[in-house]
Design a protein. Structure first.
Length: 70
């Protein structure tokens, strides 16, 4: 069950699927058993990118920044 439409917001923000997967993996480590908190955290990370307040590299885990900037 999906509680929050973070994938839609990520598309609107122009976040590539592989970068979204890296973000989801990183957030999943913080909330391994709470699906709703995982989705909420990912959504709240994507919204500032979509709205122009942050850049993609600001929300990605450090190890994913180099890959996403290629």
């Amino acid at each position: 069950m999906q509680c929050f439409s973070y994938k839609k917001v990520a598309r609107e923000a122009g976040i590539p699927p592989d970068a979204l997967a890296d973000l989801c993996t990183s957030v999943r480590e913080e909330f391994p058993t709470d699906g709703m908190m995982h989705e909420l955290r990912v959504l709240r990370a994507c919204m500032p990118v979509r709205d122009g307040y942050a850049k993609l590299e600001h929300i990605l885990p450090h190890e994913a920044v180099a890959v996403a900037s290629r």
